[in-house]
Design a protein around this ligand. Structure first.
Ligand code: C5P
Length: 410
């Protein structure tokens, strides 16, 4: 069964159809892409229109089909430059030998080839041609050239061909093309979403010179901010005191105490789609902050601590709450504590990790996570925190899409 990893939600896909018999398969591709939440616009070459009517693509995409480079009406509405700017990904399917040759040489004599030149987004091609044409050295050179220019080549597959021959050159199946688009790490799974992340430790002052804190470095939260930005999100990072440089393009709010972090997060949570509580918030803070330095006197002394407010649980209580993700750093009974927090704090997801066992975690560059949600879990193996953050971000996008899908079909 086809899964819904959420990678294509809100994504603008520009599908360029060139003139091959496989053009009929691209009609199914439009349907699949839209099912994954993408908005699709279709561009056709003149010869593509000999194979499939533009009306088919118009009906399936829900948008008018573009075919002319110099059409006064289209240029006013959405000309080649605005189409290229609009696209988050350009997929040329089927890509004929002629189209591949034009793209690899930078020719721009029709709308499709001009769009290829104008596109700054990731470009995918799904070649489709007779097996002898595919194996011709000049075609292979063109493919290698396109690859070296960063184009992602999907297929072609092997098998019976429309011309009666057998071999390489069949356009990949629409499902396979769709999967590859979704698997691409540069695909933006959080495109257009707003993500609020809290990171780092908090400092709870005892007096003007002393405070209680913990070993959190903030690396995981900062890596999550970077990964969310890469995934297309607008990120607000509420950070405790850390010695890390702020992620480029994040809106950073610096705080010190748990109370300040609570106030900052609560004031922003409702306007975000996702909240990830990756901070190691102090569970207790001194009941009283002395205005002057506490003097050394007795052999023993006692601190009275007051429980802090639980930011994560409070966000999860909000009426219009974001998709809420917590962390659980545990030294023992990891699964049991994580599941307890997931239920007790009413979270959508919790990412649990071992701490204090020479297994990454606090202040380390590496970590491993066991992620739980209602009726499911996934282990993310030990790796560097940047890679781990990318995996967690795409898992969050996947779970959000599942929830959205479940709600729509309920
Ligand atoms: O209950 P515990 O502190 O173990 O839960 C950890 C999770 O709760 C983390 O996501 C942490 O950011 C969050 N937390 C919080 N406010 C607190 C304490 C923890 O948001 N006061």
């Amino acid at each position: 069964m086809f899964q819904f990893p959420g990678i294509l939600i809100n994504k603008h896909i520009l599908l360029a159809v060139s003139g091959g018999i496989a053009a009929y398969k691209s009609a199914e591709l439009v349907r699949l892409l839209r099912k994954q939440g993408a908005t699709v616009r279709v561009v056709m070459t003149r010869s593509a229109m000999q194979f499939v009517s533009p009306l088919t693509f118009q009906a399936l995409s829900g948008n008018p089909v573009h075919s002319e480079l110099l059409d006064a009406n289209e240029e006013n509405a959405m000309g080649h430059i605005s189409l290229a700017r609009w696209a988050d990904a350009l997929i040329i399917a089927p890509a004929t030998a002629n189209t591949l040759a034009k793209c690899s040489h930078g020719l721009a004599d029709d709308l499709l080839s001009t769009l290829y030149l104008a596109a700054t987004c990731p470009v995918y091609v799904a070649p489709s041609m007779n097996q002898a044409m595919w194996h011709k050295p000049v075609t292979q050179e063109n493919i290698q050239k396109l690859k070296s220019h960063g184009v992602i080549v999907i297929g072609p597959g092997q098998g019976d061909q429309a011309c009666g021959e057998t071999g390489f050159g069949r356009m990949s199946e629409p499902l396979e093309i769709c999967r590859q688009l979704m698997a691409d790490p540069t695909a933006q799974c959080l495109n257009g979403l707003k993500v609020l992340i809290s990171a780092g430790p908090t400092r709870e002052p005892l007096d003007p010179v002393r405070y209680i804190t913990n070993r959190s470095s903030g690396k995981m939260g900062y890596a999550l901010a970077d990964a969310a930005i890469k995934a297309g999100a607008k990120v607000t990072l509420v950070s405790g005191p850390v010695s890390l440089s702020a992620p480029v393009n994040a809106d950073v709010v610096s705080v010190e105490t748990a109370a300040q972090m609570h106030a900052a997060v609560m004031s922003k949570a409702a306007e975000h789609d996702i909240y990830i509580g990756a901070a190691a918030v102090a569970d207790y803070s001194p009941a009283l902050m002395e205005n002057e330095k506490i003097k050394k006197q007795a052999e023993q002394t006692t601190l009275t601590l007051q429980k802090t407010r639980d930011i994560l649980a409070d966000v999860a209580q909000l009426p219009d709450r974001p998709f809420t993700v917590g962390f659980a750093a545990e030294t023992h009974d990891l699964e049991q504590y994580a599941l307890d927090k997931l239920a007790r704090k009413n979270l959508d997801m919790i990412a649990a990790n071992w701490v204090g066992r020479d297994q990454g975690g606090f202040d380390s560059d590496q970590n491993a996570l066991q992620v739980f949600w209602k009726n499911g879990q996934k282990k993310l193996a030990m790796t560097d925190k940047n890679h781990l953050a990318e995996q967690l971000i795409s898992l969050i996008a996947e779970r959000m899409e599942h929830e959205r899908h479940d709600k729509n079909t309920a």
